[in-house]
Ligand binder design. Sequence first.
Ligand code: ADP
Ligand code: MG
Length: 576
Amino acid sequence: MSAETFEFQVEARQLLQMMIHSIYSNKDVFLRELLSNASDALDKLRLEALRDDSLGADTSDLHIAIEADREARTLTVRDNGIGMSRDEVVHLIGTIAKSGTAAFLEEMQRAGDTAAGEKLIGQFGVGFYSSFMVADEVTLLTRRAGEPHGTRWSSSGEGTYTVETVDDAPQGTSIELKLKPADAEDQLHDYTQSWKIREIVKRYSDFITWPIRMAEPKPAGGADGADGGDGEEGAGSGEPQTLNSMKALWARPRDEVGDAEYHELYKHISHDWVDPLETIRLQAEGTFEYQALLFIPSHAPQDLFMQGYKRGVQLYVKRVFIMDDCEELMPSYLRFVKGVVDAQDLSLNVSREILQQDRQIQLMHRRLAKKVLSTVKEMMTAAPDRYATFWREFGRVLKEGLLGDPENRDAILAASTFATTHDKDRPTTLADYVARMKEGQEHIYYLTGESRQAVENSPHMEAFRAKGIEVLLLTDPVDEVWVDVVPGFDGKQLRSVAKGEVDLAGSGEDAEQAAGEREKQQEEYAGLLGWMTEHLGDTVKEVRLSSRLTVSAACIVSDADAITPALENIYRAMGQ
Ligand code: ADP
Ligand code: MG
């Protein structure tokens, strides 16, 4: 059958260009990406075979094989996993379905070929396409389990690729890279050297639970073959060896596993290229036994606030991968958390419907959420810099929990910080705010708005500034909503400085005097106020004298229980 030529989707083409002229310095990660995909494909096959007896796939020796040919300068990664149909090849490999790609590419354009650009690529993660950092040409041969024909895909990464149906493809996927010419000086990046391959597998993919095997590479012709001479056993011949230890990290004792290993597992499951901010381990014993290994990323993904964002952790049952994105185990406001939960007592056939009703799952969900919140709380004091990163990246999401998870409201508030007039550069906890409250101050004051500047310059702030009373500056959209739901903190009510009467006079003689003064003024200005109320008509409810302003002539306030202008905007945006 003849090969058909296709064009890459625009976004895919742009990504490939970035890979070909790679500004990403750590090229070794291409192998990690290929092994990660192969491992996923094996997981999927095992699961599908488990659920469908009629699949007719051979699952007797699931594994990954690496072959290097020094003469031909090729490197092949082969798996006998689920494989891909022809349509899947075109859609999965020819297009980028990842949400947030457009935004990422735009940012890349702005960053250019700089360190910032490299950082962006790292945060975005570029799976299969990273092969083009090291290869001139990539050929993928695949056959989906249960299907008769295979597909060959081939490309040099420059604009087009070819696809061809083939009769004789083994089940699974093999990816052959035609490596770029080796730089004679650059032994470090010669991916046909077996020591190099071993090193990469050990460093990045040791935890993969499927065997990664390699036969010693064919030596390059002539005397050159001897330069792999770092004491490798039986070069060029011999049985394939398994390079990885294949142990599930979450099942190994804490003190046996290094941080770097945890971080590589994180990268495998999250498709992130950057280390996580925090690793969280949890071992539950007793009647319902499970192990969890959770990660807080160090940056928010592009699509965290987009519809269709895939949240949740991976669910395993007794070491067998069951599903990605298990939403039932993590509340929506912790949707940035990645990780693995391995339960001992669930059925391998567990379905979404069962998960939604299972009481044990609900208990796990609660326990995991509490564990994440307490970890964040600890981070505040134990690692203030990391906490600051956490809050910058995920604070907005976490605060959604103040609405959705009343049970954990106090834990969320305790793990939150807020911009404040007290210190422009350092957000405060509510506990610290309360500790600084002035004699006679009863409430926690805040002002919501669209930006820090808008809030700081608001006329509502004047009296508070004059009296030196601290005000929290809340500028995330979600702030508009939770402040109305959360009754308070530590027995103190939250009060907007923009709503209703705010009594700043306190008590005692001063207050009485001030009240008397105000009454006198109110009488004096009665005529004017009446006239204004009448002329402003429907647009306002009442015009009154205010003690809250020092510089501005007038400001608009809401009733104490009315919605704020910004909240009106949110509701309007939601179409209500
Ligand atoms: P990601 O792994 O983040 O989805 P990749 O670019 O690494 O992105 O891979 C794109 C998709 O191609 C995968 O999601 C998978 O569906 C498919 N794929 C890649 N490699 C394999 C493989 N070895 N076997 C089966 N499918 C694969
Ligand atoms: Mg991948």
